[in-house]
Design a protein around this ligand. Structure first.
Ligand SMILES: Cc1cc2nc3c(=O)[nH]c(=O)nc-3n(C[C@H](O)[C@H](O)[C@H](O)COP(=O)(O)OP(=O)(O)OC[C@H]3O[C@@H](n4cnc5c(N)ncnc54)[C@H](O)[C@@H]3O)c2cc1C
Length: 467
């Protein structure tokens, strides 16, 4: 008999939910986690610290209140790193505690250390203090996540040349910053530092950014970021970075040199599989460290599952949680159904972006006809009250059956608001529900009704003309 029914490697969102789901099914469960990383990348270096930092920046800079109180409005004159880290430390500590309490309350054993396979049912846990412990289990879930990719051409020194993990260790707010890579993480940090007054240059090798988002929304974001003095260098590559006592110089392949206090490299992430000894379990990862799985999150060794960022796209906290739950249920024969409702994407830039469903470009390419219903926050009473004149909600509607094909939101509360659209889509509702519904007033949620009416009026115009 093995020590546990389920052993989970990694305590991020995927690992946690796999462990708790198995514990709720009365299984004997343990989670192995490296020291000081309980809660995973999500709690310690990724989602939670970055979103808390954003909240601290929004509050202290007052950037989202300037339409009302003027361009120079700021809650605190000189914002220091200590001001920002105070809030992140507070939240991360609390979240660590929540994770620990949820696991222990559910009788999940927490084994501190780094796990490595020594066989298909066995791992060796190194506690970092010279002690090794062997643990066996009937089923194993790999939820080891990712780490920032570090290209060899860049001499990271974790002070001036950093990756996204280095943000939380910055000693001062940089006056200037080069962000290499305009992916979600790069753009989120670019907008946070721009709001703090840092002069940010974003270098991106492709000629556009966030190409999976609505193009108009991305244009609106670029406009806002330029307004915060962000410079974009699209179609450019950082060839190397020189470290100097007073900062660093990013050398672009085109020959440009950009000096900055800090260079943030945000060039993708690599699966944390290097230390796992996968071959001892009969497994292998791809060149980006990712583990292939089937629809039930089973690897090619049927009792070993992999969930979360280590399996690749979409690499989000919420999807990782759901994958963990589904994997545990599958392992113990508990019926579980993966939802076919489209999942939302949230980008916590300043202003924020969120969407669910398809974009105009995707629909056009697939020759799916659609009508657009738009609501602008500046025409909503709540938009005026909160001082957001740029926010917009856009509904993409099928003229054939009036169902929602996509919802795209830019501005205050976007990542919350999107779920109304997701619920309507998930329940197979039409925009008639949104037209008929009475929303609280004054709210930003009211934008759904306004946009639904807009789409309805446009579709009516087509029907009228075509008799
Ligand atoms: C800066 C940043 C911002 C982000 N913002 C968002 C956001 O706003 N919204 C969102 O949905 N997602 C966001 N993400 C992504 C999100 O954090 C991940 O999708 C999520 O954390 C993945 O969960 P996971 O279960 O794969 O485990 P992870 O959170 O990646 O944790 C994996 C854990 O496994 C442990 N581990 C690795 N190897 C071993 C080993 N051999 N033995 C023991 N333990 C091991 C690691 O120590 C780590 O704690 C962000 C990520 C970053 C980096």
């Amino acid at each position: 008999m093995h020590d546990y029914d389920l052993l989970v490697i990694g305590s991020g969102p995927g690992g946690q939910k796999a462990a708790i789901a198995a514990a709720k099914l009365d299984r004997r469960v343990a989670v192995v986690e490296r020291p000081a990383m309980l809660g995973g990348v999500c709690v310690n270096t990724g989602t939670i610290p970055s979103k808390t930092l954003r909240e601290a920046i929004l509050y202290l800079t007052g950037v989202d209140q300037r339409e009302i109180y003027g361009q120079s409005y700021q809650v605190k004159d000189e914002i220091t790193i200590a001001d920002l880290t105070a809030r992140t430390t507070h939240v991360v500590t609390r979240e660590n505690d929540v994770v620990r309490s949820q696991l222990t309350r559910n009788r999940v054993a927490i084994i501190p250390g780094t796990a490595k396979f020594t066989g298909p049912h066995e791992v060796e846990v190194d506690d970092g203090g010279g002690r090794l412990r062997r643990v066996t289990a009937d089923n194993i879930v790999i939820a080891t996540g990712t780490r920032p990719a570090r290209p060899d051409s860049v001499a990271f020194d974790d002070k001036t040349i950093i990756d996204s993990d280095g943000i939380i260790h910055l000693e001062r707010v940089p006056r200037s910053m080069v962000v290499a890579g305009a992916g979600v993480i790069g753009i989120e940090y670019a907008s946070m530092f721009a709001a703090l007054g840092t002069k940010v240059t974003v270098v991106e090798r492709r000629d556009r950014m966030l190409e999976f988002c609505d193009e108009e929304v991305v244009e609106a974001l670029k406009f806002h970021l330029r307004d915060l003095a962000v410079t974009f260098r699209f179609g450019e590559t950082v060839a190397s970075v020189e470290s100097h006592p007073e900062g660093a110089i990013a050398l672009l392949r085109s020959g440009k040199k950009i000096p900055a206090d800090t260079v943030l490299y945000s060039a993708g992430r690599q699966g944390m599989t290097g230390e796992l000894g996968l071959d001892a379990a009969g497994l292998a990862a791809d060149d980006r460290g990712r583990i292939p799985v089937d629809e039930f999150f089973r690897t090619q060794v049927p009792h070993i599952y992999a969930v979360g960022d280590v399996i690749g796209f979409p690499a989000l906290a919420a999807t990782s949680m759901e994958q963990g739950r589904l994997a545990a249920h599958h392992a113990f024969g508990e019926p579980a159904r993966a939802t076919d409702v489209p999942q939302p994407i949230g980008i916590y830039s300043i202003p924020e972006i969120s969407f669910v469903g398809r974009t105009e470009d995707q629909l056009t390419e697939a020759c799916v006809p659609f009508e657009v219903g738009v609501s602008r926050y500046r025409e909503l009473a709540r938009g005026q009250i909160v001082g957001d004149s740029y926010g917009v909600l856009k509904l993409l509607v099928s003229p054939e059956n009036r169902k929602l094909l996509g919802v795209h939101v830019f501005g205050t509360g976007a990542t919350e608001l999107v779920h109304i659209g997701q619920a309507v889509m998930g329940c197979g509702g039409t925009i008639d529900y949104l037209v008929d519904a009475v929303f609280n007033y004054p709210t930003l949620a009211e934008s759904y009704k306004v946009a639904a009416l807009d789409a309805t009026n446009k579709m009516r115009a087509v029907t009228r003309m075509s008799g």
